[in-house]
Design a protein around this ligand. Structure first.
Ligand code: AMP
Length: 280
């Protein structure tokens, strides 16, 4: 009896599409958390939310090659599979999907995924082909897993909007945006933080704090975009970083905004060769 109980609560590791189809046969109200692994408290918060809102939870770990516009970035991306599995087991996740590239990309698309020209802003502008790869993998994973809900972080806000728009149009699945988890220095948790040394982590925390302060002061500025351009230059000099964008955009359509209400500040920068993004 005890053995059976123990077996019932055991996490199932699904290594290919056959395993997946077998395990998910008859599973309803499934919550899905897609990840690229190197799990941290940000991922954990999504998983906890999925567990609360759904009957069963599946987490995928797949470093998706098609969303990397730079081969070296793909190679360098941190991978900590053993530790990931320990974390997921502790959380009592029902299923972990660990597909190979051929499981996900088992068919060729008739028409390539295209991002609307109006959406070619922020990361879409600076990482050509990135979101096409994200939508491609999310389409394929959703089709394979058929979840009721997908849980994604607001940390990657532009990704969340694009995926929500794409998936909810095509499937019955709902995409749920979840709040950004930060460390004690206000730095948004990210798998890419594993690529930073202790000194850089402190700098990244200082940059996050600075933008929180900046956001408070923005209300009084006459020309917000001019102000942000100045602040961008200051950030580059003070912290020796290469800022790709520092922009105020509205939360719904990501259009450049002139007022702080219903808007967010978006930043992307390179710190010692590591590209970080955040929004406030
Ligand atoms: P990744 O493994 O980086 O592809 O991220 C998988 C999911 O975790 C995405 O939906 C991210 O937005 C989300 N995520 C990453 N970092 C955080 C964070 N600090 N807080 C909340 N969600 C996050």
């Amino acid at each position: 009896m005890f053995y059976l109980l123990k077996r019932n609560i055991q996490m199932k590791i699904l290594l290919n599409n056959n395993d997946l189809n077998e395990a998910l046969n008859n599973v309803s109200k499934l919550g899905f958390v897609p990840t690229m692994g190197s799990l941290h408290e940000g991922h954990i918060s999504l998983i906890k939310k999925a567990k609360k809102e759904c009957k069963k939870t599946i987490v995928s770990i797949f470093v998706n090659p098609t969303q990397f516009n730079n081969k070296n970035d793909y190679k360098k991306y941190p991978r900590n599979y053993k530790n990931d599995l320990l974390i997921l087991k502790k959380l009592k996740v029902n299923f972990v999907f660990f597909p190979k590239k051929d499981d996900v990309y088992y068919y060729k698309r008739k028409f390539p995924i295209k991002i609307n020209p109006n959406d070619q802003v922020l990361c879409a502008k600076f990482r050509k082909g990135h979101f096409e790869g994200v939508l491609d993998v999310m389409d394929r994973l959703t089709n394979l897993i058929k979840p009721s809900k997908i849980f994604m972080g607001k940390k990657d806000y532009q990704q969340l909007l694009l995926v929500k728009n794409f998936i909810e149009k095509k499937y019955k699945t709902k995409v749920i945006g979840c709040k950004t988890i930060r460390d004690k220095n206000k730095l948004a948790l990210s798998s890419r933080n594993y690529l930073l040394n202790a000194k850089d982590l402190i700098i990244a925390g200082k940059i996050a704090k600075k933008i929180f302060v900046l956001k408070k002061s923005i209300k009084d500025k006459k020309n917000i975009n001019k102000f942000l351009l100045k602040e961008k230059n200051k950030l580059q000099k003070t912290f020796n970083i290469d800022v790709q964008y520092l922009e105020l955009r509205d939360k719904k359509k990501l259009l450049i905004s002139k007022k702080i209400s219903k808007s967010k500040i978006f930043i992307s920068y390179y710190l010692n060769g590591v590209r970080l993004i955040d929004n406030f």
